[in-house]
Design a protein around this ligand. Structure first.
Ligand SMILES: C[S@@+](CC[C@H](N)C(=O)[O-])C[C@H]1O[C@@H](n2cnc3c(N)ncnc32)[C@H](O)[C@@H]1O
Length: 299
């Protein structure tokens, strides 16, 4: 029995070394998550896992070798944790990142006082923000806008699998084209102007060095042109048209573009209360704004 127990912990220890050598920052955690995936147990039960079959050892070592090639953990397990959700992910869709949970919390805290809030998530990807809001705010009606057909398939499946299909609607549209997005939302039956708009759009400036795992995300999900603003700038016009007066928007952006996002929001002439926020590591990553009752002009 002791020898078998040691087999699980020895496998994890070997995998941790291998992943560490490959430059995986979260080597131990990833080795443990992969073991949980192979054994079909949650992380809390890993300490008491006492056996693994030869077949499980082979499968585990294969997965560890793939992770050492810097294939994202979430592509290997097929799921990504985001807030209260476990979302299906894989080729063709962006893997949601933990920092985006800031936007989820921001939106939920704004929606809790509104009776039947209407929310739009622009650039929805797997649906992390849209489905997260629908799950945490049961009175909310959420529209999840996505351009890519591959991502849209993942989005539609996740909406259904998370059981929010009555209140979370996937919409195919290009958020850089105002008329296209407004018409698609109208066809989808959006009942009123939005109380809140959230967006984690493609925003990394082309040429920025990224971790090898990012190569597995679609290029168009990550990069936002030379200055990181090719989607955000035109999307701000859509945001202004979607929000009711007093409605609020929160947008995630690259750590180098906070001033540009604030300037682009000001340049629309329709927002007040434009503020930037840092992520948990102190990097400027979010801008929020309020739709003015009347156009405020360009400052
Ligand atoms: C950074 S990912 C974010 C996905 C998701 N919101 C999240 O936080 O995990 C950006 C998403 O925007 C989509 N996208 C890119 N350009 C778009 C456009 N012009 N209109 C609508 N969606 C777009 C991409 O396909 C991708 O799914």
């Amino acid at each position: 029995m002791t020898a078998r127990r040691a087999r699980v912990s020895d496998e994890i220890a070997d995998a941790t070394r291998q992943l560490d050598d490959a430059g995986v920052a979260s080597a131990r955690a990833d080795a443990e998550w992969l073991m949980c995936h192979v054994l079909g147990i949650d992380r809390g039960r890993l300490l008491i896992a006492d056996d693994m079959s030869d077949a499980a050892v082979v499968r585990y070592r294969d997965l560890v070798a793939e992770r050492a090639r810097r294939i994202p953990l979430q592509h290997l397990t097929g799921t990504a944790a985001f807030g209260p959700l476990d979302l299906s992910v894989g080729p063709g869709v962006f893997v949601p990142r933990p920092e985006t949970e800031w936007l989820l919390e921001w939106a939920v805290s704004r929606l809790s006082q509104i009776a039947e809030p209407v929310v739009v998530d622009l650039c929805s990807g797997s649906g992390a923000l849209a489905i997260g809001i629908a799950a945490l705010v049961p009175a909310a009606r959420v529209y999840a806008v996505e351009k890519s057909s591959d991502a849209w398939e993942w989005l539609s499946c996740n909406i259904f699998d998370c059981g929010v299909q009555e209140r979370c609607i996937a919409v195919r549209a290009d958020v850089t084209i105002t008329g296209n997005t407004l018409a698609a939302l109208e066809r989808a039956g959006m009942p009123a102007p939005a109380d809140v708009v959230v967006s984690n759009p493609p925003y990394v400036p082309e040429g920025t060095g990224t971790a090898p795992e990012v190569d597995w995300d679609p290029h168009t999900a990550v990069f936002g042109g030379d200055d990181g603003m090719s989607v955000i700038t035109p999307m701000l016009e859509v945001v202004g048209r979607l929000l009711r007066p007093g409605g609020r928007a929160g947008i995630e952006h690259d750590e180098t573009t906070s001033a540009k996002v604030i300037a682009a929001a000001r340049a629309t002439g329709v927002f007040t209360e434009i503020n930037g926020y840092d992520d948990l590591t102190g990097r400027p990553r979010f801008v929020t704004m309020e739709r003015a009752a009347t156009d405020v002009g360009v400052s």
